[in-house]
Each structure stands twice: as C-alpha cells, then as structure tokens.
Write a protein that binds this ligand. Structure first.
Ligand code: UD1
Ligand code: MG
Length: 408
C-alpha cells in the first residue's frame, strides 16, 4: 500500500509543479505593487525584481500537503474504517497523524515568520529566535510520541561512555538548534541568482535518494515514507521556482523561502530520525557558516550585504570586501583572521596606513578568491556542483564508512 500513497504524493507534487509554474508570472506585478521587490545588485541596470516569492511557493506546498493528508490516513491498511460499523480501527496511526499535523504547523509558522522578516527586515537576534519558536510544536509532538533522548555512541567512544548515552534535555536543545541552523544556513549562502533554490533542490533530491535507499533496505519504513511525503511536493514547487529564479532572475525568493526550506529539512530530519545524515547533506552550508563566524559574531566588520561586487565593464563578479585595523581587533578575532590568512583562505591587502582589506567571509567570495573573477551563472553552477559532490561524500560516509563507527 505504501507504493500507492507514494504514487499519489508524486502525482500531487506534479500538479503542484504545473500550477506553481503558471502562477509565478501572474503574481509578479502584484508583488511589485505591494512594494515587495529588491534590486538585482549583480546586474548592469540593477533592475527591480519582485521579492519574497517564497510565500507563494510555501502556500503551494501547504495546499499540496493538505490535499495529500487524507490519503495515508484513509487508504493505508492500518487506517481503514470498519466496513460494517464505520468505526476507526484500533490500529489507526494517531501518532503519525499528529506528527504530520505538527510538521505542517511548524512549516506554516516558519513561512509566516519568514514573510514577516521580508516585510519588516528583522534584526539578527530575531532571526535566531523565530525558528526556535517555530520548532516548538515539533518538539512537543516528539516529546509526546517518542521522547527518545538516547544517543548511540560510536564504537571508539563505547569503552569510555558505554553503548548509549541519555542526553535528556540536551537532545531537545540540539533539535531546536538544528532548525535555527537549517533556516539561517540557507539564508546566508545567498545573494547570487538561483543559489538559494539551487542548493535546496540538491539537498531535497539527496534526502529523497537517501529515503528511497532506506525504504529499499527496509529500515524505519514509516519515518522514510513520512519524509518522502514532504520532500516530493517540496522538490516540485522548488523546481518551479528555480525556472524563474535561475540566472537571470525574474523573481527573488526572499527570506520566506530560505526559512521555509530550512524548516522543511529540519522537520524531516527530526521526525524522520536522520538528523545526522541530514547534516551531512548540509556540508557546504556548514563550511559557509564556519567561514562566516568571524563576521557573524562581529569579530570582523560585517556589512549589510556580503554578496560579490559586480563589474559592469566585464559582466563578471569580483570579491566584495571588508576592512579593519588588525590592532583594533580583539585577540580571538585577530587569531581567526591570521589563521585564515595563513591557510590562504582570504585575500589580504595591507594598506600604507595599516588598514587591511579582505574579502567578505562567504563561500561565494571564497570561490572568487580561488578562481578569480567569474560570471554569476558560473558561481551558482560551481556551488551547486559542490553541493552534489558533498552529497556523494555524505552517501559514502553514511554507508561504507559508518560501519566502522556504528553497528549497521
Ligand atoms: C543575507 C546575507 C547577506 C547577503 C544577502 C543576499 C549574511 C549575514 N547575510 O542577508 O550578506 O548579501 O543574504 O541575499 O550573510 N540579491 C541579489 N541577487 C540575488 C539575490 C539577492 O542582488 O540573486 C539582493 C537583492 O537586493 C535582494 C537582497 O539581496 O533584495 C535580499 O537580501 P536579504 O535576503 O534581505 O538579506 P539577508 O538575508 O538579511
Ligand atoms: Mg535573505
């Protein structure tokens, strides 16, 4: 029966793709009239592009999910009503039903909060608080349904810590932080056409492949089916958005999409019980976050926009820069920039007055530091390629290598 529900999910996803692809162009003017637009900073004329299309995409996803909900909870064997009495069977999957509703509540909440961020341009501390709040319904359902807070130790740590360790409340803190990380990590690996959607498409396709492999192996079938039900429509609406957001962008996704995508991944990772594997698919985002730490925590000045600088004469992207006096940085900040300089991971131009000019610490700028000025489209393709390579590495770590650390 699971083949049937997955087929229906795929069918609904295909319909969501077709209707979203038709809807996006029709809403462009409406968004501009509502003042929802941004300048495409990496173009000669810096055209006004309608922004926050994540809200439309998120709604299309929610509608697809709402239409799908009755399928597993009406036609699946465990949920079938008694033909004679019409009574609900004792096997009705109440827990899975609650999970699905809580998952959609968290995602819906995040779309709302992301849209608020787009409209109100919230401060960074709010960007950390919002996903934490959005994830509470999810944590609640996890608490009621599972409340499993035991972590299996890798083989090498077992002599010291035992086979498993109950980390209690810290497991909930970890899950909350996972949602904060996923939402913001996509939002800060952004600023060139197609990148936010491109990375989300690769991640969701990777999650789907992983779910299908696990289903085929017969591992935790219900968890992986649950993830597929969410990932299929997510991938479909993201592919529709990609058509209009890829270079040259006709629409921008806004923070709404970044939050929506991040929360959807966090939801499947948490309720699908594969948050560690999910983090493997987030390797480029983790690298970008670690590289960004000196600027995110203000050890080094962080401008409002860190996206690359456009050169109109060559149509190429150059690094965008920040500057500081090394002697004015605190000890930790200085240590960080010196390590990055030593590893040749940042550009370094010492001025006669002692100032240092470096690139902004983002993966996009790092690509430009290593390869020199390149076209915007090429940078997006490069970073999407990196995302695919990371998925392949993740699969190697997850399957052949994991057996060295865990009993698989
Ligand atoms: C995050 C980044 C910021 C980056 C911005 C780009 C951090 C701490 N913040 O901020 O450095 O500049 O995303 O999205 O890393 N834009 C383009 N082309 C694109 C996409 C966006 O020019 O392909 C510009 C547009 O002017 C658009 C704006 O970026 O209006 C959106 O920025 P916003 O999402 O508000 O920035 P943040 O998420 O706060
Ligand atoms: Mg953003």
């Amino acid at each position: 029966m699971s083949g049937f529900t997955i087929a229906i999910s795929a069918l609904i996803a295909a319909c969501a793709y077709l209707s979203t692809i038709r809807m996006i162009p029709r809403f462009k003017d409406m968004f501009i009239k509502a003042g929802l637009y941004g300048k495409d900073l990496c173009k000669r004329e810096q055209p006004q592009i309608p922004e926050s299309f994540g809200v439309l995409i998120g709604c299309a996803f929610l509608v697809a999910m709402f239409l799908f909900i009755p399928i597993p909870f009406t036609f699946e064997e465990a949920a079938l009503l008694d033909v004679k009495t019409g009574a609900k069977p004792a096997t009705f999957p109440h827990e899975e039903f609650a999970e699905m509703i809580a998952a959609l509540l968290s995602i819906c909440c995040m779309i709302l909060l992301g849209f608020a961020d787009d409209v109100l341009d919230l401060r960074w501390r709010h960007k950390l608080l919002l996903p934490t709040m959005g994830t509470l319904p999810l944590l609640m359902v996890y608490y009621v349904n599972f409340n499993i807070t035991t972590v299996i130790m890798p083989k090498f740590a077992r002599p010291l810590l035992g086979y498993s360790l109950d980390i209690g409340i810290f497991y909930y803190i970890y899950m909350g932080m996972l949602a904060v990380f996923c939402t913001n990590a996509i939002n800060i690996l952004a600023g060139i056409n197609g990148l936010e959607v491109g990375q989300s498409i690769v991640i969701s396709a990777s999650v789907l492949c992983f779910n299908i492999i696990e289903l085929a192996l017969g591992h935790q079938v219900d968890c992986h089916k649950f993830s597929i039900y969410l990932m299929l429509p997510f991938l479909a609406v993201s592919l529709a958005l990609w058509k209009y957001n890829k270079y040259p962008s006709q629409v921008f996704v806004g923070d709404t999409y970044c939050y929506f995508a991040g929360m959807t991944f966090a939801v499947v990772g948490i309720l699908g019980h594969f948050s560690k594997t999910l983090l493997l698919f987030f390797m480029p985002q983790i690298l970008n976050f670690l590289y960004s730490v000196p600027q995110l925590f203000h050890f080094v000045p962080c401008p409002r926009h860190r996206l690359p600088k456009y050169d109109a004469s060559t149509d190429l992207l150059h690094i965008s820069t920040t500057e500081f006096h090394p002697e004015k940085l605190n000890k930790l900040g200085l240590l960080m920039v010196l390590v990055l300089k030593k590893l040749k991971l940042i550009s370094w131009q010492q001025q006669s007055d002692g100032r240092v000019i470096t690139n902004n610490f983002t993966l996009i700028n790092l690509v430009l530091v290593v390869f020199g000025p390149v076209h915007e489209k090429v940078v997006t393709q490069f970073l999407m390629g990196l995302q695919v390579i990371c998925t392949l590495c993740a699969m190697v770590i997850r399957y052949p290598l994991a057996s060295y650390f865990y009993d698989t």
